[in-house]
Design a protein around this ligand. Sequence first.
Ligand SMILES: [Zn+2]
Length: 224
Amino acid sequence: MNADDTTGLPPAPEVVQIEVGLLQNFCEILYCPETRAAAIVDPAWEVDVLLREASKLDLKVELALITHTHNDHIEGVDELVDKTGAMVVVNAREAQAVHAGGRALFDARDGRDIAIGRRGVRALETRGHTVGGTCYLADGYVVTGDVLFVGGCGRTDFQGGDTAAMWQSLQRLMRLPEETRVYPGHNYGETATSTIGHETRTNPYLRCATFEEFRALRERKRKA
Ligand SMILES: [Zn+2]
């Protein structure tokens, strides 16, 4: 089965979006309303806030899902693992950047379904911002890390960045159903979330007709 084929997806977890830290990072709590199992995406900056929210919702945090290993997305992983025993899910290409208290990591390899109670998400490898960048696709939404922002996309000039890979990753995201809600890794846009259809129509990086056009735009704008 094609990893982009959303028909085989497990039912989507509920999602709570929380902004943390001084770099406008977004974390998400994804949870199963039946079993109360939860995953936290990119735990950083204010793990206490994330855990308080999880506890308010009566959730058991079992997983940390990592979109990529820039420090602003993972600096809370150790604290989260210490406090919850959560297993860390990260692409093998970036696993060396995660300590997780020496505990085993779960490889977010492309197309892999990750259960969160009776719900689940699918890992989509989306390189370009980093070498092992991963989006997490659920039935109806996608958590995009620093690959796709509302009105923007991640930089490709950091170590491990690759502008051609980023272009391919964005093309891949654009093939998702247009009503798919986008949960980005930073609050850089006019709204906190968007949809694939809205971004396809309005995001200048997704409106580029060719890779050459995209590369020129990406090189002109150094942000995120
Ligand atoms: Zn980043």
